[in-house]
Design a protein around this ligand. Sequence first.
Ligand SMILES: C[S@@+](CC[C@H](N)C(=O)[O-])C[C@H]1O[C@@H](n2cnc3c(N)ncnc32)[C@H](O)[C@@H]1O
Length: 512
Amino acid sequence: VQTKSISDTPMEFMVDFLTKAIEIADGNANIPEELRVNLQKALDIACDLDGYLEKMSSQESAPLAELYQKTMEHNWEKVVEEGKTQFRLPKECVTSQGQTLNVLVHMSKAKTILEIGMFTGYGSLSMAGGLPEDGSLVACELQPYLKEFAQPIFDKSPHDRKITVKIGSAMDTLKELAAAAEQFDMVFVDADKNNYMNYYKFILDHNLLRLSGVICVNNSLFKPKVYLKDTSDENGFGIFSCVNEEVFVFKVILPLRDGISIIRRVPMAPACAGTQVTYNAIFRGVNGRVAYVTGAGQGIGRVFAHALGEAGAKVAVVDLDQGKAEGVAEELTLKDKGINCIAITADIGKSVNVERMIDSIVSKWGEIQIACNNAGVHMDSASEDTSNVMLKQGYGKIIDTASMASLIVSHPQKQLAYNTSKAGVLKLTQTLGTEWIDRGVRVNCISPGIVDTSLIHSESLRPLVQRWLSDIPAGRLALVTDLQAAVVYLASDASDYMTGHNLVIEGGQSLW
Ligand SMILES: C[S@@+](CC[C@H](N)C(=O)[O-])C[C@H]1O[C@@H](n2cnc3c(N)ncnc32)[C@H](O)[C@@H]1O
């Protein structure tokens, strides 16, 4: 490996300063020999460290060695003169922490990596080497020239298919990834230092990092500027411990080369974690509890979100349709309600979306006590992810939306799939309700009768309304508001002795 020409790390600066000090000492007969000997010892220690670390580390693969060699030998001056890159890229841009990154990826069991600043791809290929076969890495790079440079060598490596290079401004790529609800187990930030903080905040604010993931920030010591007196820590990493009031991190800086920060996102200490269920005689509502409601953009889900919010819960309004989720969240935050809420767009039929939804809620509020699995028939995946959080907490209330169709065969319409799935929801509720009660998690469901929502005003269903009414002792369809108190009851400690229960609210229809 070639020697670097520009001093970049604290150790390289020490070598420069000590070399200079020895030169001065050598040229001055008045300097005591003992001082010169000590300076030389300090220089030897500083000089030999990096070489020793490199010698003691495993050797890089042949494609990596070739990439490094090619990067070192390339005429980068000429590249910029010919206008192939927008600015001069010194060969020192290349990371010298390839093997360390490989080990970090492997140790953290990361499967998805985001790299900000690829340069010639040495770090990308090193990290890809630490990924499992089905792992993937997205490398952001501004200069198209660098993709052309790296790709032929990537192609020679068995890890090539794990790497996707996104050319363009890293911030644009981050926005694109956030819009596509992508998430990463590890992010390596190594570009555009003036924007480090912006990348860092964006990644955490937009949940690009999985809850258990890590961000590695290269050059955190900033050519020892950060810790010297009279120099400022422009990027703020020295003092930064939380991104906002709701996202907390745990971090260390490894003094390797120019320093690498390893930052882990941690949920806030759950207020309810390990809380023993209270046996005091006073009914505790849902005040301050964290709830999510899926399918909350309209109909039953919307009123569940309102009811829980009015009862004091913090509510994540989850819907497939972003506009609808945001619309309901806006209703909740109106002045007269002032409910603490967030809107989350998620297709809960997709497990990655469910994981992301849970991550978003836990990173914002640190816990989830109330899970209203209301949307469609996909509730089983949502329950599974939520239950991991709740079982760890030792407390939770899962409320599934089943239907009267879990008990009777509604007619005259034909609805085999619906009836079957709702019977499944009921059986799932009963089974989990009994399996998890000794772990502090209650699972119940609400079975509404025919609810007067926009769904039943379709052309095919509208003619059936009169027929249904004749089957309902209450003489009317259910209103969404008929269900609101039920969800608050099942979400609160008042229903703690109830589990696996099917709370049927159908105006007596299933009895006739
Ligand atoms: C320090 S080098 C990256 C080194 C690389 N991680 C490695 O392992 O060798 C920084 C790279 O970031 C790129 N870059 C600078 N500003 C950028 C931006 N706004 N968006 C994307 N890439 C950027 C530069 O073109 C350069 O290739």
